[in-house]
Every structure is written in C-alpha cells, then in structure tokens.
Design a protein around this ligand. Structure first.
Ligand SMILES: [Fe+2]
Length: 384
C-alpha cells in the first residue's frame, strides 16, 4: 500500500513540474496507417496520420542493405506541419522488396523565425515489393459500397488469403459523405491497414458519395493518385487498367447540391482525356483492357442522369476501343452482363454492397470470383 501511495505522489509531483514548465506531455502517436498508394515499378507513396503536427519522413532499405531517408518538398518548402502525411519515394528498382519505416518529428511550435521540435517517432519496419516491369499474371480484390460499415469488409478479409493479392481497389461509396477524416479512418482505412494496406497498395476510386460533404474537396490529402487526377490508367501484369470517375448521380442543378455541382463540365473534361487514353500504345497493346468505374456503363432505358451521360458518352468509346471487361458498383446488387448484353461489347460485372470480387488475370483469361462476407464464392466468371 505504501508503495502505491509513493507512486501516486511521485506521479502528481511529475505532472505539476511538467505543467509548470509548459511541457506538453500528452502522447505523440501515429493514429492511422501507414497505407501504400500509387505503387509503380519505381515508386510508391506512403501515407499516415499523427495526433499532433509533425514533419514526415521515410527510412527505406533495399535488399542490398542500402539505406535512404526521404522527405518531400514542394516549391522549396519541406512538407510537414500538419497531421495527415504523405511521402513519395522514387528511384526504386522494379520487382524488388523494400523495408520501410515511418519517421514523424513532432512540431511543438512553428513560428516564422523559430521552430520547436518535440519527440521523434520511428515506426516498425514494414515491407513492400515493387511490381516487375513485365509479368504475365496479376491478382486483385475489389471492395465497393461499404458506406462506412467496415465490419463486413473485415469479415470478408478474415476469411481470405490476403498475401495472394497484388493490390486492392475501393470502387467507390466507401463512405456516405466526407465531413470528418474519421469517416475515412473508421469507414475503411483502419480495417484496410489492419489486414493489408501497409504492405499492399490500394486504389481508391470515387463514387458519387465521395463527392459529397464539405471535406470532399480534401480527399487528395489522404490518398495519392497517378497524375494527381481521379481518372488515370496504369499497367499491372497483362492488364491495362483505365480508372474512371463517375461524378454525382443527379443533374447538376438538382436542389440537393445547392448550386455547388459542376459534374457535367468535369465529365466532359474526362471525356477529352479518355479519347486520348484509348488511342495510347499502352492501351492498344495490352493483353487485357479493364475499366474500373463506380457506376455501371450499360445501355438501358431508365437510368439516373450520370449513368445516362456515361452510357451515351463513354459507352461507344469503350466499345470501339475494344475494352474486355468493366467492373462497377453503385446499384447495391449483383449483376453480370455478357459481352453481347452490356450494349457496348464488353463484359460488365456489377458488384453488390455485400460482396467482394477477387480477380486473377493471366495471359489467357480474366477470372472473377464474387464472394460473400464470409468468403464463400457466390459466382464465378471467366473472360477469355
Ligand atoms: Fe454509388
């Protein structure tokens, strides 16, 4: 008992001394992450968050033992001072395993002529592998319409062999809207980090719900996108992926948007980009051409404003370019359209809000398994 009383008195004395000296003894911690973004054969972006402002850095070690410490800068200023962090690492060797560790230096005060640093957090070493320049196989999993209910995503992940997948797509509506970063963290990032996102990258495709809320404008603070756009393309294994951004579902002048939507203009800009993309050598020469887009692009009578726009404008372009397969979401039910049923010559797999798609593409075929929250296969599709 005497010991307990002594310890209590000591801790009170320590707290009084600290507060009288103005020392902030609250724990400085990494609150979320890390999660890998925008992985290529030669680069990766590592993102995480701290509970207090910090200067972020990454220590990276190659298989030959060579070490580098990386901080990014923009327009001459080293990145940092906030609580959401992203560090881009370039100059990597294709098909190589790297060890990395987070480095976060707490910023106590950031004044014009004096900066006060606090603790430095050095994270544990984690590993990622850069994709080889050429490979005849790729595997990935698609999640969509989770709407912040990360439990079902966790349930599916518990029942699956995570290390087998090369990467992951979040095909939109992972959140209901974006007002607070906690929606992203609780909604799906923390679950993704727990199961895979520190060692395998994910691509976060916007759905209509990601366009909603004041902080929707800040989405890029948390993720990294190739070419800094929500629509882009990349190659992995035998597949050329074209990622498209569907925008909001209703007409821009709908009362729900309070005059703050301009998605027809945005989709028109995307259309200009898409026309050039479909002419690219990477697209034309790929073994398989896969399009990822939250809203299904399908020929149908009654559709919402955005889906009608996408069907009219994107559909014929994708048909003429020879897209093999489109993966979509949004309608909260499973649907599969054979090549001759989508209206545009490609197979279209629409995944529901309660299932997950595992895809394996090799030089002969694309195989897609639709699985439920317990990891049981619901259906299987093969495109040759
Ligand atoms: Fe949606």
């Amino acid at each position: 008992m005497k010991k307990i009383i002594t310890l209590f008195i000591l801790s009170v004395v320590f707290a009084v001394v600290c507060s009288s000296q103005g020392i902030d003894n609250d724990n400085f911690i990494v609150t979320h992450g890390p999660w890998l973004q925008n992985l290529s054969s030669t680069g990766v972006t590592i993102a995480w968050a701290t509970n207090k402002p910090a200067i972020p850095g990454i220590s990276i070690t190659g298989t030959d033992g060579s070490k580098r410490f990386i901080r990014n800068s923009h327009y001459g200023n080293v990145d940092g001072g906030g609580m959401e962090h992203k560090v881009r690492v370039e100059g990597l060797v294709p098909g190589t395993a790297y060890k990395y560790a987070l480095n976060s230096v707490q910023v106590l005060k950031y004044q014009a002529y004096r900066v006060y640093y606090g603790d430095t957090l050095s994270g544990k070493q984690l590993t990622f592998v850069t994709p080889p320049e050429k490979s005849d196989k790729v595997t990935f999993t698609i999640f969509n319409d989770v709407h912040e209910l990360s439990g079902k995503m966790g349930s599916y992940l518990q029942h699956n062999n995570i290390p087998l997948q090369d990467f992951y797509f979040f095909n939109g509506d992972m959140i209901n809207y974006l007002q607070e970063p906690e929606q992203l963290y609780r909604g799906f990032i923390d679950t993704a980090v727990f199961y895979f996102a520190s060692v395998k990258p994910f691509y976060y495709i916007r759905g209509n719900h990601e366009a909603r809320g004041y902080a929707a404008r800040d989405l890029k603070n948390y993720f990294d996108y190739k070419d800094d756009r929500f629509y882009y393309s990349f190659d992995m294994g035998p597949v050329h992926f074209v990622v498209l951004d569907c925008g909001e579902d209703k007409p821009d002048n709908s009362k729900e948007y309070y005059g703050l939507a301009d998605f027809d203009t945005y989709r028109q800009e995307e259309l200009v980009w898409l026309k050039e993309e479909l002419k690219s050598e990477a697209f034309r020469k790929a073994v398989h051409r896969i399009v990822m887009i939250h809203m299904p692009v399908v020929k149908a009578e009654k559709q919402n404003h955005a889906m009608t726009w996408l069907s009219t404008n994107f559909g014929p372009l994708l048909r003429d370019a020879g897209v093999d397969m489109v993966f979509s979401a949004h309608i909260h039910r499973n649907a599969y359209y054979e090549k001759d049923k989508s209206g545009y010559g490609y197979a279209l797999l629409v995944n529901s809000n309660n299932s997950f798609v595992e895809v394996e593409a090799d030089s002969d075929r694309i195989k897609a398994l639709v699985k439920d929250v317990e990891g049981k296969t619901i259906s299987e599709y093969i495109i040759k």
